[in-house]
Design a protein. Structure first.
Ligand SMILES: [Zn+2]
Ligand SMILES: [Zn+2]
Length: 261
């Protein structure tokens, strides 16, 4: 059996529909060897519904640890999806450093005070080339920060299908080079299929760039409900094999190893 993991799962501790235990049977049915929870943490916004209140972090981690100790047929890992803010690296590090996590996903959702996945109106009337540049710059800063093991949906800026006039390939090349340099994993995030762009992140046209730059990969569903755990994984793994990838990243207490698939 192929070893498969899904490290991007949202439970009701942030904006997922169900409590962590409700995801376990779906993960086993999907043939996963590991499931990792990664609820949203943002240290610098007003508390919003989709983000876990940082005061609940111990409750969340204890919940996952208990669940892990009481479950035999699948490994359960503790992670977070943390919003990155340039210039706030030391504060983020201070918060994360003391936590017993298996992996940390770093994501950029905000540009200014708006999230890029809030609605298409964010893009209307804006220079899309400029938006792409600033979004990729933010992601590259997240990569270079050394705070994260995995970068979440690295081209989320594609979500509503607004396209830049110029070819974005150099941006992907720059991003992939930074990931290699800082030893950060990119995810094929299958949840893009459920969003307006209706395809995975990152753009499959540029997957070969990540392979050429020797960036390690993992496949994640970004599920917000049990039915979407490991959704579209067969297609994602086929796509990676076709592109020439043969190994994926597995994490344990923030130590990475690569296993073949
Ligand atoms: Zn996200
Ligand atoms: Zn997510």
């Amino acid at each position: 059996m192929v070893y498969k993991t899904d490290y991007h799962i949202h439970s009701s501790y942030s904006d997922g529909r169900s409590s962590p235990e409700d995801y376990i049977s779906a993960a086993i049915d999907a043939g996963l060897s590991e499931i990792g929870f990664s609820d949203h943490l943002n240290l610098f916004t007003e508390q919003e519904d989709w983000i876990m209140d940082p005061v609940n972090i111990s409750l969340y981690l204890n919940h996952i640890e208990k669940l892990s100790n009481s479950t035999n047929n699948i490994k359960i890992k503790a992670g977070l999806e943390v919003d990155f803010y340039k210039g706030r690296e030391a504060e983020i590090l201070k918060f994360l450093n003391k936590l017993p996590l298996d992996f940390i996903i770093g994501s950029v959702h905000y540009q200014g005070d708006k999230t890029v996945d809030f609605g298409p109106e964010f893009y209307e009337g804006k220079n899309i080339d400029r938006l792409y540049e600033t979004y990729f710059d933010s992601v590259i800063s997240a990569i270079s920060s050394g705070l994260f093991d995995i970068i979440g949906h690295c081209d989320l800026i594609r979500i509503y299908g607004f396209k830049p006039a110029s070819d974005p390939e150099p941006l992907y090349r720059r991003m992939a080079k930074a990931m290699h340099k800082h030893d950060v994993v990119f995810e094929v995030n299958t949840n893009g299929r459920n969003r307006p762009i209706a395809d995975f992140y990152p753009d499959r046209r540029f997957l070969n760039i990540f392979r050429e730059e020797k960036v390690p990969v993992c496949v994640n569903s970004d599920a917000h409900m049990p039915a979407r755990v490991a959704q579209y994984f067969d297609e994602a793994y086929d796509l990676l094999r076709y592109t020439g990838f043969a190994e994926m990243a597995v994490f344990d207490k923030r130590v990475r190893r690569m296993i073949s698939f």
